[in-house]
Design a protein around this ligand. Sequence first.
Ligand SMILES: NC(=O)c1ccc[n+]([C@@H]2O[C@H](COP(=O)([O-])OP(=O)(O)OC[C@H]3O[C@@H](n4cnc5c(N)ncnc54)[C@H](O)[C@@H]3O)[C@@H](O)[C@H]2O)c1
Length: 355
Amino acid sequence: MGKKHVDLNHKTILVTGSPGFIGANLVLRLLCEMEGGTVISLDNMNDYYDPKLKEYRLGLIEEAAKNSPAQHVFIKGSIADKALIDGLFAEYRPAVVVNLAAQAGVRYSIDHPDVYIESNIIGFYNILEACRNYPVEHLVYASSSSVYGGNRKVPFSTEDKADTPVSLYAATKKSDELLAHAYSKLYGIPSTGLRFFTVYGPAGRPDMFYFSAADTLVRGGTIKIFNYGNCRRDFTYVDDIVEGVFRVMRGAPEKKTGEDGLPVPPYAVYNIGGGTPENLLDYVSTLQDELVRAKVLPEDYDFEAHRELVGMQPGDVPVTYADSAALEEDYGFTPSIGIREGLRRFAEWYKSYYT
Ligand SMILES: NC(=O)c1ccc[n+]([C@@H]2O[C@H](COP(=O)([O-])OP(=O)(O)OC[C@H]3O[C@@H](n4cnc5c(N)ncnc54)[C@H](O)[C@@H]3O)[C@@H](O)[C@H]2O)c1
């Protein structure tokens, strides 16, 4: 698909959901790369997980901003607040918007559905409306591998049907893609949705398996391994996600006219995933090795006594596996950081942060 180059230098870039996990890493990268301009982080700093981690990431961003030619502005607020979003776009006129703010997590959506509708549907709609009223060069937004639901054909391709979500979270992410398509078609907003596959890394999300497993093992508790370990996940290290997002930001879908004389929506969706799904038990073993290596856990830790194989959880899927061919073709990039290296960096960070 044809791409229009977007120069990020000396522009204003809005990243929602920073200082969330992926957002903070993206903003750190932008501050490192940009020769000038402004990066705006917008986050409501909710307490879905310990907000101290968000404060910590914000601290890293503020430190990095001191040495960057680009400026950083942090705004605390919700994308579900239409007046705030309108005002922000009117004041700053961002050229590029990366919408990462969302209520994440599959399991939490079972007991807390309202917040998914508020942040992921209403919040994203507000971003689209603002992009309509204050045109942007490129809107990039986070979707999720969960949109593939229980699809059996692997690897998952963006050409495959993804109409059977098995969680409210997945349904909201698929809805975002549909809303973005309509807005791209109607108002010519260049938009790219990115289906991330299980992202992990230092200062990640404590609700995700690798992080909560480390916490549980440190406390001497027992980790639950779902579907008796018969799960395969395409784990993607956060630096690979950031590299993918950074490349995508600089190549927006081109506006074209179709044979019928009507505009073809400048709209695209890509997978970003490692493309080498790992067996959950192998992932756990590697995590254990690396927690010992980083001296988070003692060498004689009895892992067998601290793990329990249990059945599948509602909303979970047994395999996620990304077909990243389109990302490679259009942006020349395929994630490549393996779980050994990625979990090593996580374990080392964990050791330095908590001890
Ligand atoms: N981490 C993954 O494995 C993964 C996988 C697939 C998709 N995603 C998507 O990537 C994006 C970033 O995920 P993450 O792992 O960094 O999660 P995260 O929870 O660390 O970051 C999301 C941030 O958004 C903020 N937020 C939530 N609702 C908001 C609202 N209404 N207004 C403003 N801020 C709000 C939160 O406070 C948080 O800091 C999300 O859209 C998520 O759904 C993540």
